[in-house]
Design a protein around this ligand. Structure first.
Ligand SMILES: [Ca+2]
Length: 332
Protein backbone atom coordinates (compact mmCIF):
# COMPACT_ATOMS: atom_id res chain seq x y z
CA UNK A 1 0.00 0.00 0.00
CA UNK A 2 1.17 3.52 -0.73
CA UNK A 3 2.82 5.68 1.87
CA UNK A 4 1.59 9.22 2.40
CA UNK A 5 3.64 11.36 0.07
CA UNK A 6 4.90 14.17 2.32
CA UNK A 7 6.21 16.22 -0.59
CA UNK A 8 2.95 16.60 -2.47
CA UNK A 9 1.88 20.08 -3.34
CA UNK A 10 -0.75 20.68 -0.66
CA UNK A 11 -2.99 22.57 -3.01
CA UNK A 12 -2.79 19.81 -5.61
CA UNK A 13 -2.44 16.74 -3.41
CA UNK A 14 -2.73 13.46 -5.26
CA UNK A 15 -4.86 10.69 -3.81
CA UNK A 16 -3.24 7.46 -2.74
CA UNK A 17 -6.50 5.53 -2.38
CA UNK A 18 -8.51 4.51 -5.41
CA UNK A 19 -11.60 6.44 -4.45
CA UNK A 20 -10.95 10.11 -4.61
CA UNK A 21 -13.08 12.72 -2.98
CA UNK A 22 -12.13 16.35 -3.04
CA UNK A 23 -13.89 18.97 -1.01
CA UNK A 24 -13.27 22.69 -1.23
CA UNK A 25 -13.94 25.12 1.57
CA UNK A 26 -13.64 28.81 0.77
CA UNK A 27 -14.02 31.59 3.31
CA UNK A 28 -16.10 33.48 0.74
CA UNK A 29 -18.68 30.73 1.31
CA UNK A 30 -18.63 30.21 5.05
CA UNK A 31 -16.27 31.37 7.79
CA UNK A 32 -16.68 28.14 9.75
CA UNK A 33 -18.20 24.71 9.64
CA UNK A 34 -17.48 21.01 10.01
CA UNK A 35 -15.91 18.34 7.82
CA UNK A 36 -15.59 14.61 8.31
CA UNK A 37 -14.46 11.33 6.83
CA UNK A 38 -16.83 9.79 4.25
CA UNK A 39 -19.93 8.25 5.75
CA UNK A 40 -19.24 9.58 9.27
CA UNK A 41 -20.38 8.47 11.84
CA UNK A 42 -20.68 5.16 10.04
CA UNK A 43 -17.50 3.20 9.31
CA UNK A 44 -15.44 4.76 6.54
CA UNK A 45 -14.76 2.82 3.31
CA UNK A 46 -11.45 1.09 2.63
CA UNK A 47 -8.85 2.18 0.08
CA UNK A 48 -10.08 5.75 0.00
CA UNK A 49 -8.41 9.13 -0.15
CA UNK A 50 -10.22 12.35 0.59
CA UNK A 51 -8.74 15.82 0.15
CA UNK A 52 -10.19 18.77 2.07
CA UNK A 53 -8.90 22.11 0.76
CA UNK A 54 -9.34 25.29 2.74
CA UNK A 55 -8.87 28.66 1.10
CA UNK A 56 -9.07 31.88 3.08
CA UNK A 57 -8.65 35.45 1.92
CA UNK A 58 -6.82 38.59 3.10
CA UNK A 59 -5.15 38.02 6.45
CA UNK A 60 -7.19 34.95 7.28
CA UNK A 61 -5.71 31.79 8.74
CA UNK A 62 -7.30 28.37 8.78
CA UNK A 63 -7.86 26.88 12.23
CA UNK A 64 -8.95 23.26 12.47
CA UNK A 65 -9.92 21.18 15.47
CA UNK A 66 -10.65 17.47 15.43
CA UNK A 67 -13.59 16.69 17.67
CA UNK A 68 -13.12 12.96 17.22
CA UNK A 69 -10.60 10.61 15.66
CA UNK A 70 -11.21 6.88 15.28
CA UNK A 71 -8.94 5.25 12.70
CA UNK A 72 -8.12 1.58 12.35
CA UNK A 73 -4.76 0.96 14.03
CA UNK A 74 -3.85 -2.74 13.93
CA UNK A 75 -0.20 -2.35 14.92
CA UNK A 76 -0.45 -1.19 18.54
CA UNK A 77 -2.30 0.93 21.07
CA UNK A 78 -4.62 3.24 19.08
CA UNK A 79 -4.73 5.70 22.01
CA UNK A 80 -0.99 6.09 21.88
CA UNK A 81 0.16 5.41 18.29
CA UNK A 82 3.91 5.62 17.82
CA UNK A 83 4.02 5.38 14.04
CA UNK A 84 1.48 6.40 11.41
CA UNK A 85 3.25 4.85 8.46
CA UNK A 86 1.28 2.35 6.38
CA UNK A 87 -1.86 2.73 8.47
CA UNK A 88 -5.03 4.75 8.01
CA UNK A 89 -4.15 8.37 8.67
CA UNK A 90 -5.02 12.02 8.48
CA UNK A 91 -2.29 14.38 7.22
CA UNK A 92 -2.37 18.16 7.56
CA UNK A 93 -0.38 20.09 4.98
CA UNK A 94 0.60 23.72 4.55
CA UNK A 95 2.83 25.62 2.14
CA UNK A 96 5.77 27.73 3.25
CA UNK A 97 7.39 29.99 0.64
CA UNK A 98 5.81 27.84 -2.04
CA UNK A 99 7.23 24.62 -0.57
CA UNK A 100 4.91 21.96 0.87
CA UNK A 101 5.19 21.05 4.54
CA UNK A 102 3.30 18.53 6.61
CA UNK A 103 2.47 19.90 10.06
CA UNK A 104 1.10 16.62 11.33
CA UNK A 105 0.25 13.01 10.49
CA UNK A 106 -2.32 11.45 12.83
CA UNK A 107 -3.57 7.91 13.24
CA UNK A 108 -5.23 5.62 15.78
CA UNK A 109 -7.63 7.37 18.11
CA UNK A 110 -5.42 9.97 19.79
CA UNK A 111 -7.05 13.30 19.03
CA UNK A 112 -4.74 15.77 17.21
CA UNK A 113 -4.05 19.16 18.75
CA UNK A 114 -5.81 22.23 17.38
CA UNK A 115 -3.90 23.36 14.27
CA UNK A 116 -3.50 26.61 12.36
CA UNK A 117 -2.16 27.41 8.92
CA UNK A 118 0.71 29.83 8.31
CA UNK A 119 -1.23 31.64 5.57
CA UNK A 120 -4.60 31.48 3.78
CA UNK A 121 -4.33 27.82 2.80
CA UNK A 122 -4.48 24.45 4.48
CA UNK A 123 -5.10 20.96 3.14
CA UNK A 124 -6.23 17.89 5.07
CA UNK A 125 -5.75 14.48 3.50
CA UNK A 126 -7.55 11.38 4.76
CA UNK A 127 -6.23 7.98 3.66
CA UNK A 128 -7.79 4.63 4.44
CA UNK A 129 -6.12 1.39 3.50
CA UNK A 130 -7.60 -1.47 5.47
CA UNK A 131 -11.16 -2.69 5.68
CA UNK A 132 -11.85 -0.92 8.94
CA UNK A 133 -14.40 -1.08 11.65
CA UNK A 134 -13.85 2.53 12.59
CA UNK A 135 -15.80 5.76 12.21
CA UNK A 136 -13.02 8.06 10.98
CA UNK A 137 -12.99 11.68 12.06
CA UNK A 138 -15.09 14.73 12.65
CA UNK A 139 -13.52 18.18 12.72
CA UNK A 140 -14.40 21.85 12.75
CA UNK A 141 -12.77 24.58 10.66
CA UNK A 142 -12.66 28.32 11.07
CA UNK A 143 -11.19 31.13 9.00
CA UNK A 144 -9.83 33.54 11.60
CA UNK A 145 -8.06 36.88 11.48
CA UNK A 146 -7.19 37.13 15.18
CA UNK A 147 -4.65 34.26 15.17
CA UNK A 148 -6.69 32.59 17.88
CA UNK A 149 -5.53 35.24 20.37
CA UNK A 150 -8.50 36.21 22.49
CA UNK A 151 -7.08 39.15 24.44
CA UNK A 152 -6.05 42.71 23.81
CA UNK A 153 -7.09 45.01 21.02
CA UNK A 154 -5.90 43.83 17.61
CA UNK A 155 -3.74 46.43 15.88
CA UNK A 156 -4.89 47.20 12.34
CA UNK A 157 -1.48 48.36 11.16
CA UNK A 158 0.32 45.11 12.03
CA UNK A 159 0.10 41.61 10.60
CA UNK A 160 -0.25 40.14 14.09
CA UNK A 161 -0.31 42.72 16.88
CA UNK A 162 -2.30 43.13 20.06
CA UNK A 163 -2.41 46.19 22.30
CA UNK A 164 -3.06 46.18 26.04
CA UNK A 165 -3.83 49.44 27.86
CA UNK A 166 -3.71 49.73 31.61
CA UNK A 167 -6.76 52.02 31.54
CA UNK A 168 -8.77 49.13 30.05
CA UNK A 169 -7.53 46.35 32.33
CA UNK A 170 -4.87 46.45 35.07
CA UNK A 171 -4.09 42.78 34.51
CA UNK A 172 -5.04 39.78 32.41
CA UNK A 173 -3.76 36.91 30.31
CA UNK A 174 -2.54 36.59 26.74
CA UNK A 175 -1.36 33.60 24.73
CA UNK A 176 0.70 32.55 21.76
CA UNK A 177 -1.30 32.20 18.52
CA UNK A 178 -3.68 29.22 18.37
CA UNK A 179 -3.16 28.36 22.06
CA UNK A 180 -3.78 25.73 23.44
CA UNK A 181 -3.21 24.13 20.04
CA UNK A 182 0.12 24.08 18.23
CA UNK A 183 1.27 27.56 17.24
CA UNK A 184 1.40 28.21 13.48
CA UNK A 185 4.71 28.21 11.62
CA UNK A 186 6.47 31.29 10.23
CA UNK A 187 4.45 33.57 12.42
CA UNK A 188 5.45 36.71 14.30
CA UNK A 189 3.11 38.30 16.81
CA UNK A 190 3.63 41.41 18.92
CA UNK A 191 1.96 42.13 22.25
CA UNK A 192 2.21 45.83 23.11
CA UNK A 193 1.61 47.10 26.64
CA UNK A 194 0.79 50.73 27.36
CA UNK A 195 0.87 51.76 31.00
CA UNK A 196 0.20 55.14 32.57
CA UNK A 197 2.83 57.40 34.14
CA UNK A 198 4.81 55.64 36.87
CA UNK A 199 3.51 52.23 35.83
CA UNK A 200 5.52 49.22 34.85
CA UNK A 201 4.48 45.99 33.18
CA UNK A 202 5.14 42.65 34.88
CA UNK A 203 4.89 39.36 32.96
CA UNK A 204 4.87 35.76 34.20
CA UNK A 205 4.30 32.52 32.30
CA UNK A 206 2.01 29.94 33.95
CA UNK A 207 2.62 27.77 30.87
CA UNK A 208 5.62 27.93 28.56
CA UNK A 209 6.69 25.52 25.81
CA UNK A 210 8.34 27.15 22.81
CA UNK A 211 10.40 24.93 20.51
CA UNK A 212 14.04 26.02 20.70
CA UNK A 213 17.41 25.70 22.31
CA UNK A 214 18.09 27.97 25.28
CA UNK A 215 19.83 30.08 26.39
CA UNK A 216 20.50 31.72 23.03
CA UNK A 217 17.24 30.74 21.30
CA UNK A 218 18.90 32.00 18.13
CA UNK A 219 18.04 31.55 14.47
CA UNK A 220 21.24 29.47 14.18
CA UNK A 221 19.69 26.75 16.34
CA UNK A 222 16.37 26.92 14.46
CA UNK A 223 14.70 28.19 17.60
CA UNK A 224 11.30 29.72 17.96
CA UNK A 225 11.37 32.31 20.74
CA UNK A 226 9.71 34.94 22.88
CA UNK A 227 11.49 38.28 23.04
CA UNK A 228 11.02 41.28 25.32
CA UNK A 229 11.71 44.92 24.62
CA UNK A 230 11.34 48.35 26.17
CA UNK A 231 11.30 49.77 22.66
CA UNK A 232 8.89 49.66 19.78
CA UNK A 233 8.88 47.25 16.86
CA UNK A 234 11.93 48.44 14.97
CA UNK A 235 14.34 48.54 17.89
CA UNK A 236 15.91 45.48 19.45
CA UNK A 237 16.47 45.57 23.20
CA UNK A 238 19.90 44.03 23.58
CA UNK A 239 19.82 43.67 27.33
CA UNK A 240 16.66 41.55 27.39
CA UNK A 241 17.14 37.79 26.96
CA UNK A 242 15.05 35.61 24.70
CA UNK A 243 12.94 32.82 26.12
CA UNK A 244 12.54 29.38 24.51
CA UNK A 245 12.37 25.74 25.57
CA UNK A 246 10.04 24.49 28.26
CA UNK A 247 9.33 26.06 31.59
CA UNK A 248 11.25 23.20 33.20
CA UNK A 249 14.45 23.77 31.22
CA UNK A 250 14.83 27.16 32.84
CA UNK A 251 12.87 28.58 35.72
CA UNK A 252 10.94 31.37 34.11
CA UNK A 253 10.90 34.19 36.61
CA UNK A 254 8.87 37.36 36.50
CA UNK A 255 10.06 39.81 33.87
CA UNK A 256 9.30 43.53 33.86
CA UNK A 257 9.62 46.67 31.80
CA UNK A 258 11.88 49.62 32.61
CA UNK A 259 9.13 52.11 31.88
CA UNK A 260 5.47 52.46 31.02
CA UNK A 261 5.80 50.65 27.66
CA UNK A 262 6.67 47.02 27.02
CA UNK A 263 6.67 44.77 23.99
CA UNK A 264 6.55 40.97 23.95
CA UNK A 265 7.25 39.31 20.59
CA UNK A 266 6.59 35.70 19.65
CA UNK A 267 8.33 34.32 16.57
CA UNK A 268 8.12 30.88 15.05
CA UNK A 269 10.13 29.52 12.10
CA UNK A 270 9.26 27.00 9.41
CA UNK A 271 10.15 23.78 11.27
CA UNK A 272 8.82 22.10 14.44
CA UNK A 273 6.21 23.53 16.71
CA UNK A 274 4.89 23.36 20.26
CA UNK A 275 1.97 24.61 22.28
CA UNK A 276 3.49 28.01 22.99
CA UNK A 277 2.66 30.00 26.08
CA UNK A 278 0.04 31.40 28.35
CA UNK A 279 1.16 34.59 30.08
CA UNK A 280 -0.14 36.76 32.87
CA UNK A 281 0.42 40.52 32.69
CA UNK A 282 0.00 43.17 35.31
CA UNK A 283 0.42 46.94 35.29
CA UNK A 284 1.80 48.08 38.64
CA UNK A 285 2.53 51.51 40.10
CA UNK A 286 6.26 51.94 40.41
CA UNK A 287 7.73 53.83 43.35
CA UNK A 288 11.31 54.76 42.65
CA UNK A 289 13.16 54.52 46.01
CA UNK A 290 15.73 57.06 44.85
CA UNK A 291 13.26 59.76 43.85
CA UNK A 292 11.58 59.97 47.29
CA UNK A 293 13.24 62.85 49.23
CA UNK A 294 13.34 61.73 52.82
CA UNK A 295 16.03 64.11 54.02
CA UNK A 296 15.78 67.90 53.88
CA UNK A 297 19.35 69.08 53.51
CA UNK A 298 18.41 72.76 53.98
CA UNK A 299 17.36 72.26 57.58
CA UNK A 300 20.40 70.40 58.67
CA UNK A 301 19.20 66.87 58.24
CA UNK A 302 15.74 67.12 59.75
CA UNK A 303 13.23 64.69 58.28
CA UNK A 304 10.94 66.48 55.83
CA UNK A 305 8.08 64.19 56.72
CA UNK A 306 7.66 64.25 60.54
CA UNK A 307 6.96 60.72 61.78
CA UNK A 308 3.65 61.69 63.42
CA UNK A 309 2.31 58.17 63.24
CA UNK A 310 5.31 56.81 65.07
CA UNK A 311 5.06 59.52 67.74
CA UNK A 312 1.37 58.78 68.28
CA UNK A 313 2.06 55.08 68.51
CA UNK A 314 4.73 55.64 71.15
CA UNK A 315 2.44 57.96 73.11
CA UNK A 316 -0.31 55.32 72.99
CA UNK A 317 2.06 52.83 74.51
CA UNK A 318 3.13 55.06 77.39
CA UNK A 319 -0.17 56.83 78.12
CA UNK A 320 -3.45 55.25 79.18
CA UNK A 321 -6.11 57.22 77.26
CA UNK A 322 -6.57 59.36 74.15
CA UNK A 323 -7.14 62.33 76.46
CA UNK A 324 -3.79 61.72 78.00
CA UNK A 325 -2.26 61.67 74.51
CA UNK A 326 -3.98 64.95 73.72
CA UNK A 327 -2.73 66.46 76.99
CA UNK A 328 0.74 65.25 76.23
CA UNK A 329 0.70 66.79 72.75
CA UNK A 330 -0.84 70.11 73.77
CA UNK A 331 1.07 70.23 77.04
CA UNK A 332 -2.08 71.04 79.06
CA1 LIG B 1 9.69 26.03 14.98
Amino acid sequence: MDVVNMTVNPTQAQPIGTTECVREYSSSGSKNGTFSSPGYPRDYPEDTTCIYRFQGQGGERVQIMFTSLDLSYPSGDPDNPYDCEDVDSVTVNIKINGEPHSIGVYCGSKRPPMLMSNNQQLVVQFDSRSAPAATGFMATYKFVTNFGVKAGEQADDMVCGFAFHSKDAPNGTFTSPNFPGLYPRNTECHYLFYGQENERIYITFPYFDVEGIPPGCSEDTQSDYVEFSNFNIDLQDRKMHRYCGTKETKAKKEIHSDGKFFRVTFKSNNVYDSMGFEAFYQFRKYEDPFSDPRVDHNSGGTATRPPWLLILLLLTLITPTPFAILRTITGS
